[in-house]
Design a protein around this ligand. Sequence first.
Ligand code: UD1
Length: 374
Amino acid sequence: MTHKKYRKILVTGGAGFIGSFLVDELVKLGYQVRILDNLEDQVHQGKKPKYLNRNAEFIKGDVRKISDLKRSIDRVDAVFHLAAAVGVGQSNYQIKKYVDTNIGGTVNLLELLINTQHQIKKLITISSMTGYGEGNYFCKKDNIVRPPLREEKRLREKDWNLYCPKCNGEVTPFPTDETALDFPNSIYGLSKKNQQDMVFLIGKLYNIPTTVLRGFNIYGPRQSLSNPYTGVTAIFISRLKNDKPAVIFEDGLQTRDFVSVHDVINAFILALEEDKANYQLFNIGSGKGTTILEIAQTISSLLEKKDLIDINQDFRKNDIRHCFADISKVERLLDWKPKISLEKGLKELIEWSGNEVAEDKFSKAQQQLKSYGL
Ligand code: UD1
């Protein structure tokens, strides 16, 4: 297949959960693909994952080193910048690592785009719903409102709810669109928001078309089951595979917007190929909130460990209660829609996990958070 606009594409973080599926799809579409990845210990234990696409060129290197990035962009026409440190809680005590990787790595890339010869005609990155903090809520009296993060005192009293910041009345979750202001709940969220702003600023200033996808809770095969700092679906599977209960914080009725990695990859391809995506930020989610309790129940019954669940009524400081995406912009401009239902996506995830090693390091990660009072 021939593509007019781009031939060679760099995917930073191309050995990761999302990056590796993107590499597979780009190779399938006939692009020449190069991966830059540091094979981060926490995720890969320093080894190339077995799913790494053999038809892509692989450079082991780190976005924190400008020389590694420099050799990676040689003769490249478009860049997907996905390399990042991704643990939300962990970022609040490993600030330097998260800032150096997520902000510093992006700074290195932008410096090269400005100060060296290159042929890059498109830059696409991934940001996170964690940049928003709590999502939009609806108050019968005050309409759409954005409550701040919940106070620790209330959480200690096990009052998990949000209240209207204007009248203190009851609120219900409401879709969050791309115009919502950002109130990140973590250094990770802040770093992603910062990356997003820098990429748009420099892209517009130097006429390099840029697109940022704002991912909600992305799940699917290849998310490391031995990384306790990763998302909730992988953590639950890892616990259950080790015959330990899935630990649910709060009362389990907090919600997240779960979207399959395959749907995210479709959005990335549209972001690359459609000019309408240039200089745009798109929410990528399912458009619906699902409770964490429902996720635990579905995963435990698919693994035939029904109700091996512990609702522990504890909390992680700064966790948000609800946020789900308004996806009307990406539907309208790119004609993208999520196609994989949660039921189908979780089934796929469980099937994949059957042959995977899952080391349960959950308790260790919890102790670490607790030792910091988080
Ligand atoms: C997650 C991702 C983040 C991504 C974001 C996009 C991580 C750590 N988080 O953040 O990278 O950018 O989605 O939206 O990778 N929970 C439990 N038990 C557990 C773990 C979690 O009950 O063992 C609950 C949490 O309290 C929370 C929900 O599950 O309410 C989701 O937690 P988590 O998967 O860590 O995700 P986010 O903080 O939403």
